[in-house]
Ligand binder design. Structure first.
Ligand code: AKG
Ligand code: FE2
Length: 340
């Protein structure tokens, strides 16, 4: 467990294997206050057809321009959100002895406590983060693999998972309406899986050299991030990094690669990263909603026509993930492989 960042993060200088090459380094971690990621009040969608249409337009515009938006008044209880953040934090703060049985490099495990990412053994530079990862939908199938302590972990993360899965169906429903797809398009196997990666980012003595999460796109359908009050998440837009400022009780929602494909490039998966900071721990819980391994992903028939031909050929999420991994998470190369 000595690999865990939590066990050595106070060292100086920063270890060589956590220093990114100059072109990938964050340098100045403070980004200019410029564009702001759209914040969408989801309760407006229940206030009549006109308001619902406006919300759909806002979601589509944000998903096209930023690949990201934040949602407030989304129906997931504030108490469940606060408790999830606090129980996740508690998990990472428990002594090693209580978590040792979950620490593994075997990525076929049902519950994984590890550091950096799956590619640890082969990656050139390690990320400044530890994480806990497990499936969370359907709850009854996966819950018994989750940590038993803190004692309230399963109840709280269970409640949060159910809330987010419902929220995901609602947002995907609005997106399918906005794209003129048939109602329920994303239900069933296109959104039947959900994985939680709970992330713990210890402070870093040299934030300009290391990264909490290196620049990447999400390879799933759509992601919901519950971040605490410490900033660090940034997206890359128009050649610059923009901060995703923490808003109390908001979820950050981002378009994954599969949703980009299904929308035939109308909605965009956007590169993002997490910078570290010198004094504070940051924690976030990323819920990755995605399609079942064997389902077929392709530009939806409803978005393709003679003026807008399919950009991608059909493939399975399993093929996509394998290619993504093979390409060292290079999204462009992976997308190119699946071009029609
Ligand atoms: O920590 C965060 O806020 C986001 C992490 C992330 O982008 C990811 O794990 O895919
Ligand atoms: Fe991500």
């Amino acid at each position: 467990m000595e690999k865990l960042v939590s066990n050595w993060y106070n060292v100086r200088p920063v270890p060589e294997d956590c220093i990114y090459p100059s072109e990938k380094r964050p340098g100045n971690i403070h980004v200019p206050k410029g564009e702001v990621i759209p914040v969408i009040d989801l309760s407006e969608a229940d206030k009549g057809d006109r308001n619902r249409t406006l919300v759909i337009q806002k979601i589509l515009k944000a998903a096209q321009e930023f690949g990201f938006f934040q949602v407030v008044n989304h129906g997931v209880s504030e108490n469940v959100m606060d408790e999830t953040t606090s129980v996740v934090r508690e998990f990472f703060q428990m002594p090693d002895e209580s978590k040792q049985h979950l620490f593994t490099q075997d990525f076929s495990s049902k519950c994984i406590y590890f550091t950096s990412c799956e590619n640890y053994a082969n990656e050139k530079v390690h990320m400044w983060r530890d994480f806990l990862q497990h499936q969370c939908h359907p709850l009854d199938t996966w819950r018994h693999f989750w940590p038993e302590s803190p004692a309230r972990y399963r109840d709280i993360v269970g409640a949060c998972s159910v809330g987010i899965k419902n929220l995901a169906s609602r947002i995907l429903g609005l997106i399918s309406e906005g794209l003129s797809l048939k109602s329920g398009y994303f239900d069933d196997e296109l959104s039947s899986c959900m994985v939680l990666t709970a992330l713990h980012y210890p402070p870093c003595p040299e934030p300009s050299l290391a990264l909490g999460t290196c620049p990447h796109d999400d390879a799933n359908l759509i992601t919901f991030v519950l971040q605490d009050e410490v900033s660090g998440l940034q997206i890359f837009k128009d050649d610059q990094w923009i901060g995703v400022d923490p808003i109390p009780h908001a979820f950050v929602v981002n378009v994954g690669c599969l949703l980009q494909v299904i929308s035939n490039d109308k909605l965009r998966s956007v590169k993002h990263r997490v910078v570290t900071n010198a004094s504070r721990f940051r924690s976030s819980s990323a819920f990755f909603v995605t399609a079942s391994e064997g389902s077929v992903i392709e530009p939806a028939k409803g978005v393709v026509n003679e003026h807008n031909p399919a950009v991608y050929r059909p493939f399975t999420p399993k093929e996509f993930c394998m290619k993504f991994f093979e390409n060292d998470a290079d999204t462009e190369a992976t997308f190119n492989h699946f071009k029609a």
